[in-house]
Ligand binder design. Structure first.
Ligand SMILES: Cc1cc2nc3c(=O)[nH]c(=O)nc-3n(C[C@H](O)[C@H](O)[C@H](O)COP(=O)(O)OP(=O)(O)OC[C@H]3O[C@@H](n4cnc5c(N)ncnc54)[C@H](O)[C@@H]3O)c2cc1C
Length: 439
């Protein structure tokens, strides 16, 4: 139970819009950091159609940091590289992917089934009571002022709307990001827009298919083949759509089986899905507008050939999360004690004859200006540390101080100081006094 008045308000530390792999990972990272998080996702469940099939050791390392790597590794298969074959089946070149553990302590590359991965990430976020997930809620408007961001979300089941305030809002809402729209950012087109048919199958019986990835560099129809998409019986083909072909005709099961006939028949496998995707290459110019941020596909999109679209999004949120964690609500530890908590700690210390050393270098930056007493004023055996560098922004003075009511500790510290190199300059002390007298 917390007595911090801040945590009792309706104000969240972070609102996450969109619960795909980027949003799910961010919810885990911030949940673990103890942040008060709200998530809005417009769909009722995980997006059923697999998209990403490859992740790397760096992403696994991030999953390790949220305690999910072992679980996730169980639903992956170590990935080999690609053979690039020409139309005659001759090897043109090879993308070699190293086996074994890499510098992150995990395999270099893995294959997985995106809906399964997302299921584990969502289950992971359920560990944190401070993460509140609202599915079926579409965010329609976002505003911000100097104090917070305000998010309007519509419940798609009953049509009601809800306004929420959060110190920061992160748009993990994919390629058609609403957050990006409200931020007024500009998307830069890097020049690739190609329609490709993506086909996922599950084997019904043993079939002799290649066990390595293949890029069929065939001008008649460039095709990517991906084995073991998270399971030994799941395979994928990505086939370039040719001029004149339509999405409707290509997604027809008869046409899909015709295209797969070189490898499989309907007796061999079940078609999990066949969908034409437009592969884009874009980057959003600004990923931050004051209290609003973008991450994942909302900030950048790339064609899937390197298997890095989702990985880049996971790196975005890993990078963002620790910065959000240390900057919310308003100090680098992310938390200030309440007076009740200070008094309770002092009581425990008093009963057990404990001295308390309290680093209070951020005093003066308390949320809502709710300034607390120095710990040394609350407890007779406490030592408080203060400095000019943080709250006062006067780091150049290199002046700090300690305060205590305990004369014995005070004298010992003064005596000990004679044996150290600590020596304040007189002008700095004078300037500090001038600055403090202006408060
Ligand atoms: C065929 C294909 C293959 C791919 N292969 C790979 C690969 O091998 N490796 C790899 O790393 N990447 C790959 N990618 C890319 C990868 O799938 C994406 O980069 C990744 O899914 C993006 O994750 P995200 O969380 O940023 O966005 P998304 O997964 O798009 O999630 C965004 C979420 O936001 C929700 N949302 C949107 N608007 C709102 C709103 N207004 N309110 C509330 N919720 C909202 C959406 O419903 C969605 O759930 C591939 C992509 C495709 C299409």
């Amino acid at each position: 139970m917390t007595t911090d008045p801040y945590l009792k308000t309706d104000l969240y530390d972070v609102a996450i819009v969109g619960y795909g792999p980027a949003g799910e990972t961010l919810a885990n990272l911030l949940g673990q950091a103890g942040k008060k998080v709200i998530v809005f996702e417009k769909e009722e469940s995980v997006y059923h159609a697999p998209r990403a099939s490859h992740l790397d050791g760096e992403v696994m390392r991030i999953y390790q940091s949220i305690g999910l790597a072992e679980k996730i590794e169980k639903v992956t298969i170590g990935a080999k590289g690609y053979h690039f074959l020409n139309a005659e089946g001759r090897l043109l070149t090879e993308l070699v992917r190293r086996d074994g553990k890499g510098p992150h302590g995990w395999n270099h590359h893995y294959r997985f089934h995106q809906p399964v991965l997302e299921g584990l990430l969502r289950k992971g976020a359920e560990r944190f009571g401070n993460v509140h997930v609202h599915l079926c809620h579409e965010v329609t408007r976002i505003e911000q002022n100097e104090h917070h961001s305000a998010i309007l979300a519509k419940n798609r089941k009953d049509g009601t709307t809800r306004e929420t305030k959060a110190l920061y809002t992160i748009g993990c809402d994919g390629a058609r990001s609403t957050v990006a729209k409200w931020m007024g950012t500009v998307k830069r087109d890097v020049g690739l827009h190609e329609p490709w048919l993506v086909v996922d199958i599950k084997l019904k019986r043993q079939v002799n298919l290649p066990n390595t990835g293949i890029q069929y560099c065939e001008p008649a129809r460039p095709t990517t083949f991906i084995p073991y998409v998270g399971a030994r019986d799941r395979f994928r083909w990505e086939m370039k759509v040719l001029p004149g072909e339509t999405k409707e005709e290509l997604e027809e099961p008869e046409r899909v089986w015709e295209l797969l006939s070189r490898w499989l028949t309907p007796e061999d496998a079940e078609l999990e899905r066949a969908a034409v995707y437009m592969f884009h290459s874009t980057i959003t110019e600004r990923w931050r507008n004051n209290r609003l941020f973008l991450a994942g596909d909302a900030a950048h999109q790339m064609p899937p050939f390197l298997g890095q679209g989702m990985c880049a999004g996971i790196r975005d949120v890993a990078n963002l999360s620790w910065k959000l964690a240390i900057n919310t609500p308003n100090n680098p530890t992310g938390y200030t004690l309440s007076l009740d908590e200070m008094t309770a700690i002092a009581e425990i210390a008093r009963e057990n004859h404990i001295h308390v050393f309290c680093d209070e270098v951020y005093k003066g930056l308390e949320f809502d200006g709710n300034r607390l007493p120095w710990f040394a004023d609350v407890y007779e055996n406490a030592v408080s540390l203060g400095v000019m560098s943080k709250a006062y922004g006067l780091s150049g003075l290199r002046i700090g101080w300690i305060g205590t009511q305990n004369k014995e500790i005070y004298d010992k510290m003064i005596g000990f100081k004679n044996y150290t190199s600590i020596c304040s300059s007189a002008p700095s002390e004078f300037l500090s006094m001038v600055a403090l007298s202006q408060l």
